[in-house]
Write a protein that binds this ligand. Sequence first.
Ligand SMILES: Cc1cc2nc3c(=O)[nH]c(=O)nc-3n(C[C@H](O)[C@H](O)[C@H](O)COP(=O)(O)O)c2cc1C
Length: 408
Amino acid sequence: MSLKGKNILLGISGGIAAYKMPMVVRLLKKQEANVKVVMTEAAKRFVSELSLATVSEEPIYTDIFPARLDTAADWTQHISLGEWADALVIAPATANTIARLAAGLADDLLTSSFITLRPNRPRLVFPAMDGEMFHSASVQRNLRQLEEDGCKVIAPESGFLASGQCGTGRMPDPERIEEIIEEELGDIGKSLLTGRQVVVTAGPTREKIDGVRFISNYSSGKMGFALACAAARRGAEVVLVSGPVALPTPDRVERIDVESAEEMEEAVTRFHQSCDLFIGAAAVADYRPETFRAGKIKKNNETMDIRLVRNPDILAGFAAQKTPGQLAVGFALETEGNEAYALEKLQAKQLDMIAFNTYDGKSSGFEVDTNQITLFTADGTRTELPVMEKKEAAKRMLDALEKMLEKK
Ligand SMILES: Cc1cc2nc3c(=O)[nH]c(=O)nc-3n(C[C@H](O)[C@H](O)[C@H](O)COP(=O)(O)O)c2cc1C
């Protein structure tokens, strides 16, 4: 992964950690990224414009209003910087600037560039401040707001702070900042998934018995969420249709929450025509109670029969109508290592790829953070991956899918 050719707008606000930023610019320039620096007035007190201009090989941007009116100038820099940038990185982000961003103020070039940044471009915010400040109610509230608005907030590190105290609030070192920027932005533009629509289903479904009870399974949604996150990082337009799970929505992902298999099917069907890649990672309940009884069923009898009926097969539904340009991917989870079942499913449902994983309750399958997957493709390949983090497994799956897209 590389940042070569990426337009990175670095927003620097007035915290002591600003002294690290010329080094960050150097590191990004070494990767041949295009870097422009926008500073707050306070930031100029902490790091010199001259240093930053020299290392970025660009003028430093601070004023919304041009200094002189008698020369040709970009009169609307408050918009054009946001249009230019592939990503905005705000480091350090002071408590004051965080509050202004969360409130939607546009009273300087940094805040207005934040607002005018084109949609789907990553916004990375590196809060840096004294530990007490960082944990204050207002800073935490404003950071939550920024996350809700689609920013990636990079948690500060613990250690010695400029205030002389030890605590949380330290901005990572330049090399680590470079690494984080690379992790967040490196995939975009280079991937075949950039600009394509990817629909991922995740989590369990709940099939209601009565008003307070349901049939479900142990799916945590982690694999589907990891896939949605990895695809979004490659610049895909991701729609994540999720059953009830306790996971935060990955950045730049449109999430649709559903409960039952029928609701999931309805949500997914809307994207049948438009999506390029459909990944069915949800553990959709195969059956649902035939009837739903409102209220709570009383325990009047020794036994109770619940008649179950088959749920729709959401993935097969997509695969049956897909065009040659679309890919359908499924999972086959088995408690025993029965690969033949996965192959059968691949063929029966006309999928392009199936990820076969076993459920051992420890390192693979539901709930855990790791998975052991074997990928089978319609053209006869078999790729066995070792046990790895679901996040890593998601990347490996997308790599394999990109190869398939290449051939389409
Ligand atoms: C020596 C010194 C160090 C400071 N360090 C920080 C800091 O690390 N984080 C922070 O949020 N504010 C810090 N401040 C306070 C900010 O500079 C102040 O809130 C300023 O208004 C921020 O303006 P800006 O957000 O527009 O850049 C510091 C102030 C001084 C005098």
